[in-house]
Every structure is written in C-alpha cells, then in structure tokens.
Design a protein around this ligand. Structure first.
Ligand SMILES: [Mn+2]
Length: 292
C-alpha cells in the first residue's frame, strides 16, 4: 500500500448509540496526534473536514443516521475514485452504513465487495428484532439489505453486500433475532469461543478466503469493542472476553502485501471512557499494523 494516499475521514456520528461519546472520537483522535503519527510512519494522507450534522438537521436518530450515511458515502466514494485508501474514524458503528455504501458506489455494479466485520457484537438487528432501537446495532443487516428503507438504499437500491462474501470475527454478545437473521442468510460467524479453540491465525486465514472468494476486494469494519476491555477501556459497549490488541495487530500485519484491501473503518472509540489515551494509542497502532 506504500504508494497509496490515505484519505482519513472523521465521522462524528453518535446518533446510532444510546451512550454519549463516540461522536467526539474523530476530534479527540486528531488532537491526540493521529495525523502526526501517520507523518512519523511516512504515510501520505489527505484529511478532510470531520463530517457532522448541523443542529437543524437533527430530528430523530433514524433521519440523522440516514442523512449522515449519505454524506459519508459520498466522501468515501470520492476518495476511492481519487485512488486513495479510505480510513474512516467513527463514530458509533452506524457509520458503517455510509462507509460501505460509499465503497460499493465506487465499484462497477456487478463487482462484489467482501467485508470482515471484527466486533464483539453482530450489529445485525432490524427494527423488528432490536431490543433498544439503537441503530449502531443494525448496520450489518442494513448493508445486507435488511432494515429500514431510509438506511438500506444509500447510493442505490441494491444490497451492498452478499451474505456469502462477509464474515464476523470475535463475536461474543448478541440477541436471538439478529443471530437468526445471519443464520438464515448463511453468514459465517467466527465466535470468540471458536477463536480461542482454533487460534486466531487459523480463523483469520479462513475468513480471508471467504471475503475474497467471489469478490474483487474486501474491507475491514473494526469495532474496537472486539478487544478485551481490560486492555482497551475506551469503547462504547465493552464486553469481557475479547481478543488482545497484539493478536489483532499480528493478523492485520498479514495484510501488508494484500492489494485487495479496499478500505478500513475503526469505530466506537469513546474518549470519555478511555484512560490515559490507551485506546487512542491502540487506534494508531492498528492502523500502523496494516501499513507496516
Ligand atoms: Mn459494532
């Protein structure tokens, strides 16, 4: 990836979460020195204004996420069309709707997009199954074409992802309704238990083959809550029993020679729950791992 510019896109989105905080993540990461860190690594990047809605655009979480997703999708699409490598800094995970709709919009219609969904949760609810109505619990279902009309037609009317082109890694907390949807669709879920049993490298190899089998390339949607909260406190919805940052860094490091990686998003950083910026540093380290 050495010759590609990074397009760093801050997505100040908190409309999808119940807890306050993730919307300030891009600004805090910027002040923390994320861009200086890219400089130190010798990465050339393009930094755009952080996307956030104006107060008068806010009506309901649903309308806000919908408007936000359209704006984010356009930015991501344009970055791809320039030939840059988009790195989206969330935001709560509802920003995934915009990120991957944007990547898809940059591709020829029949080209398929793979996606690694690295997350403690499934994020595959619809309004019919959600216990909380929080949209950050729905983005993966939306990208598969299941969900509210205002969220599944960003860019065009087609589902952005095929169930057989994606997989979930690190899952350990979910509700029945979303698990059922993924099962019906035939989506491969690598639960944390399977990772502990087989080892992350074995699971990683299988996951990479799934997302590349019928696609032209794949993206990574990385929810920081996949990491163990004892190590990384600064996340929106912490769940015990996660993977170590070191393990994940090693796996991301295997992607350095992989030109099929189309975009990366890192979401659910909650600066108000972070301690001494340890999770902010983790964001930098995880980006560096891919580039190294
Ligand atoms: Mn998530």
């Amino acid at each position: 990836m050495k010759n590609r510019n990074f397009a760093v896109i801050g997505a100040a989105c908190g409309y999808g979460a119940q807890k306050h905080g993730c919307q300030d993540a891009p600004e805090v990461l910027q002040s923390f020195g994320f861009l200086e860190y890219l400089n130190e690594l010798g990465i050339t990047y393009y930094w755009d204004n952080i996307i956030h809605l104006h107060e008068d655009q806010y009506r309901t979480p649903l309308s806000s996420v919908s408007i936000f997703s359209k704006q984010l999708a356009l930015k991501v699409r344009d970055a791809k069309l320039r030939g840059d490598f988009p790195i989206v800094l969330g935001g709560d995970h509802s920003c995934a709707i915009g990120t991957w709709s944007g990547v898809k919009a940059s591709m020829p219609k029949n080209d398929r997009l793979g996606l690694l969904w690295i997350d403690a949760h499934m994020d595959s609810h619809t309004y019919a199954s959600t216990p909380s109505n929080a949209i950050h619990g729905m983005p993966l279902a939306c990208l598969l074409g299941h969900g509210d009309d205002n969220l599944i037609h960003i860019g065009d009317d087609l589902p952005k992802l095929h169930p057989e082109d994606i997989c979930l890694i690190g899952t350990r907390s979910y509700e029945e309704g979303e698990a059922k949807l993924l099962e019906q669709l035939g989506v491969r879920v690598f639960h944390m238990g399977e990772i502990n049993h087989r080892g992350l490298d074995a699971v990683w190899a299988e996951a990479l083959s799934i997302v590349q089998r019928k696609t032209v390339g794949f993206g990574i949607s990385l929810d920081l809550d996949v990491l163990d909260p004892s190590e990384e406190p600064g996340v929106g919805s912490p769940e015990p029993g996660g993977m170590s940052k070191k393990m994940l860094e090693e796996m991301l490091g295997t992607l350095k020679i992989n030109s099929k990686l189309l975009a990366l998003e890192i979401v659910e950083y909650n600066p108000y729950l972070d301690m001494q910026f340890v999770t902010a540093s983790a964001v930098c380290d995880l980006v560096a791992a891919i580039r190294a």
